[in-house]
Write a new protein. Structure first.
Length: 478
């Protein structure tokens, strides 16, 4: 049986005089991608840290049968290096599953399989160090390196030892955090009635199934999958489930071929070159590119609802879009009352329920505490957000000679593709090319049929239109 690639034994601690070339904070899919692509670059000394004891990818949402919304080619490495030993196909080979996968004809794999693949990579890369909590990051001008303090944690999360390491460059991949709307935060913090975020769904699934009535809030993919899972498991005629959404409809995700080109490097470069005010106006209006629902999931929901009408009557399931939760409170000790506003009608209503699942998405995790000592060096935009250059690097004071890269913290500068798994390998390769000032990973100059902008003439006379690529979009200074 094939095994994982052979990996040299490395040490992750570094001295001021011999710092690491790159230290990564956080080990989610994006920094895991970076670590995998950095692995064959033997001249680079790298180390990646995460406080968790092992890799886990959205464990609360690994619902049976749920699939990724991106093709399997959007693994950690393939779109930058198809020959990488850390590809999903090589993972299948190590498990002697290539032929079953071939005959299954699956373009979109199960989430649980993606999680297993990432865990395989994480268990075999020597540069990864779990059980390490990063406490502080400083710039050491004397040694021209970042100084990183960490606590090594035991199996139960207890502090075992303190440590310090140094790195010439940093990359932050600290991920996102579940978002709980303000009106529901007091309820989510109290344990009496289950008001949970979708990130913890599987931990509470049986408790939710035992409730006479539940409410799912949120019209994205997670909300749809949870609604479907609960619907399928509840008895016909006694479903007792309500699905609420702020969006005007339970809308499908934009999945046309040309629509998907918003998740290409071409569009990322175009978006980055736009003025800040234009970018800020654009992102909220593109919600259906990444917050809609998969067509197959919508079809499955409708099929399940229809099946329950075959014997006459309608299922006890209510789907209401265009609604926001104004306030919420407890009724006695076993129920929750939601105060609702309907946007288009301008009406208000109340809904009493036994449990609430908040499929309300995620927000970029704040870096303020971790990077407090670096704050004076960070250059910010008009909204006080970090300025980030085209190579995913924070714009810092010139006195900091090291680079500080970010992964999945740059939607405001790089657009809707920022959290998309399909751009993971390309962004990792971009970072490594920038870091090494060479091209270990040659990247395509053109990735979309769509031309996202008009060229600016360099002379008063318009010449022939150049080919699509980064040269088509004028690069505004930041």
């Amino acid at each position: 049986m094939s095994t994982a690639p052979e990996t040299p034994v490395t040490t992750h601690t570094a001295s001021p005089d011999e710092p690491l070339d790159l230290a990564g904070i956080g080990i989610g899919p994006f920094n895991l991608s970076l670590a995998a692509l950095a692995h064959p670059l033997t001249h680079l000394r790298t180390a990646f840290y995460d406080q968790r004891p092992a890799f886990r990818w959205h464990p609360g949402l690994l619902i049976d049968g749920a699939t990724l919304q991106v093709p399997f080619l959007a693994d950690l490495v393939t779109l930058a290096d198809p020959a990488s030993p850390w590809s999903f196909l090589n993972y299948l080979k190590t498990r002697e599953r290539l032929f079953p996968f071939y005959f299954a004809e699956r373009f979109h794999i199960h989430r649980a399989e993606y999680d297993a693949y990432c865990r395989w990579v994480s268990e075999n890369l020597p540069s990864l160090h779990f059980g390490h909590q990063i406490d502080a990051v400083r710039w050491n001008p004397e040694h021209e390196a970042f100084e990183i303090d960490f606590t090594q944690l035991g199996t139960e999360g207890e502090a075992e030892a303190l440590g310090r390491t140094y790195a010439r460059h940093l990359v932050l991949g600290i991920g996102t955090t579940p978002h709980i709307p303000l009106p529901l935060r007091p309820l989510a913090d109290a344990p009496a009635v289950p008001v949970i975020h979708s990130a913890d769904y599987l931990d509470h699934r049986e408790q939710l199934l035992a409730a006479d009535h539940i409410t799912v809030i949120g019209a994205g993919q997670s909300g749809a999958e949870i609604f479907l899972d609960q619907l399928r498991a509840r008895p016909t005629g006694r479903e007792g489930i309500h699905w609420l959404a702020r969006t005007p409809a339970f809308a499908p995700m934009e999945y046309s071929k040309l629509g998907l080109e918003h998740f290409t490097p071409d569009y990322t470069r175009y978006f980055h070159a736009l003025p800040e005010r234009v970018r800020d106006d654009l992102v909220p209006r593109q919600w259906q590119l990444h917050k809609g629902i998969d067509h197959d999931t919508l079809a499955a929901i409708h099929d399940e609802l229809y099946r329950r009408t075959l014997d006459g009557g309608w299922p006890d399931a209510t789907l209401t879009p265009g609604v926001s939760v104004r306030t919420a409170g407890r009724v006695g000790t076993t129920k929750v009352e939601l105060h609702l506003d309907h946007t288009q009608q301008g009406t208000r209503s109340r809904l009493t329920t036994d449990a609430v699942v908040l499929a309300t998405g995620y927000r970029e995790r704040r870096m303020d505490t971790l990077l407090a000592a670096l704050d004076p060096y960070v250059r910010r935009d008009a909204a006080e957000r970090p300025r980030i250059d085209a190579d995913h690097r924070l714009v810092l004071d010139p006195g900091v000679t090291g680079s500080l890269y970010v992964q999945n913290a740059e939607t405001h500068t790089h657009g809707v593709g920022t959290p998309d798994l399909g751009l993971a390998a390309w962004r990792s390769a971009t970072i490594l090319n920038s870091l090494t000032e060479t091209t270990p990973y040659p990247l395509p100059t053109r990735t979309a049929f769509t031309t996202f902008g008009l060229p600016q003439p360099t002379t008063p006379h318009l010449g022939p239109v150049p080919r699509q690529g980064s040269t088509l979009v004028p690069q505004h200074r930041r």
